[in-house]
Design a protein around this ligand. Structure first.
Ligand code: TRP
Length: 363
């Protein structure tokens, strides 16, 4: 993982982030132990939050395609890291953002969220008794904060963080600030926001706004950054805009899944002889990197790392291994998604539309 680390160190310095280790976090979750959670913005506040337990955990996901992919799954898993300590877990459906930036209607977003996304989050282990959901379009409180922030943030600042300035981005960013801070309309509390590094501009703007806001007394929001799940191509992160290089959850078509996994970018040498002799480069190997996100057993992962990097295991074998683990994951998820779809239909989940409703669920 040295290559990732170098790139990460550069990014961390460039953006003014702070790297964090599992030990500092004191969280015993494989994402923390393996450094999948690797950086934050707002280190002091994060430490204060974790020590006091006085914080909420919130993240948002756009309902722009039916199935989620492994990258989104990683965000959900990261949210779970905090579930034992946090006062509240909030997962929001960013339907206004997908309307503004992805041309998805609110009706479509709603359908996708109820039929696919929310059941999938529950299938992945989000506890319906502990998590609160909402749709941006139905939360009346985020607008109050968005309006206030719109006065405090200049066009120059938006330009500096986004480069390309479009009304859709500006409004989405203001809604996002509303999302991140609205739980505090009940009671000021630090917000811990697990996201990919691409969301850091929003966190920066939000933190700047918190320092300036006169009408609201907010505590800070902390960005907690998780490593990107790599695209199967080996370059960049997995994304729904490149379906051939992404793994979706669940996937019924195992042939297609196998084909994708076998085509994934390999860190193994070109010939069998060279693979045996030099071993694989784990920093470049996409199947290995994906295993880091889905294989929970540390010693098993360690065994594979040693065997594959020493040339005992070859790239065809790690691909087959990954494929098998993914099939298990899909089978498990499929059954659970069906089951949780019923939970959602029966309205046995907590859906809110204001900070006041959120207060009813405060732990
Ligand atoms: N902008 C995020 C994304 O692309 C989604 C989002 C909306 C979000 N509101 C949020 C993330 C609040 C974290 C916190 O994908």
């Amino acid at each position: 993982m040295q290559g990732d680390m170098d790139r990460e160190t550069r990014l961390i310095e460039e953006f003014g982030l702070r790297s964090i280790t599992g030990q500092e976090l004191g969280i015993d979750h494989y994402f923390a132990r393996r450094g999948i959670i690797y950086a934050c913005r707002g280190y002091e506040e994060l430490m204060e939050a974790l020590q006091s337990g006085n914080f909420y955990t919130l993240t948002g996901i756009m309902p722009s395609s039916e199935r989620i992919h492994l990258g989104t799954m990683a965000v959900v898993e990261a949210v779970k890291c905090f579930s034992d300590r946090t006062k509240q877990t909030i997962l929001l459906v960013a339907d206004l953002e997908s309307l503004a930036t992805r041309e998805v209607s609110l009706e479509e977003a709603r359908r996708i969220a109820f039929e696919f996304h929310i059941p999938t989050y529950l299938a992945l282990g989000i506890d319906p008794e502990k998590c609160v959901f909402y749709f941006q379009s139905e939360n009346k409180d985020i607008h109050k904060i968005a309006a206030d922030a719109s006065r405090e943030i200049t066009l120059q600042e938006f330009r500096a963080v986004y480069g390309l300035l479009e009304p859709s981005r500006i409004i989405s960013s203001l809604y996002q600030i509303g999302d991140i801070l609205f739980p505090q309309l009940v009671r000021p509390m630090i917000g811990v926001i697990p996201v990919g590094l691409d969301q850091d501009p929003h966190i920066r703007l939000c933190r700047d706004y918190v320092r300036r806001s006169k009408f609201f007394q907010f505590k800070q929001a902390v960005g907690v950054y998780i490593r990107d799940v790599p695209s199967l191509k080996g370059e960049g992160k997995m994304s729904k805009s490149e379906p051939h290089a992404a793994i979706f959850l669940p996937e019924d078509d195992y042939k297609e899944l196998k084909r994708k996994v076998y085509k994934a970018f390999s860190g193994g040498a070109n010939t069998l002889e060279e693979q045996r002799k030099y071993g694989a480069d784990l920093e470049k190997d996409v199947p290995y990197k994906i295993l880091q996100f889905i294989l929970k057993d540390d010693s098993e992962l360690q065994r594979i790392a040693e065997s594959y990097s020493s040339g005992q295991m070859i790239s065809g074998e790690i691909k087959e291994y990954l494929y098998q683990r993914l099939v298990e994951l899909m089978q498990d998820l499929k059954a659970k998604i069906e089951q949780y779809r019923e939970t959602v239909k029966r309205k046995e989940i907590r859906i809110i539309s204001s900070a006041r409703e959120l207060a009813e669920y405060l732990a």
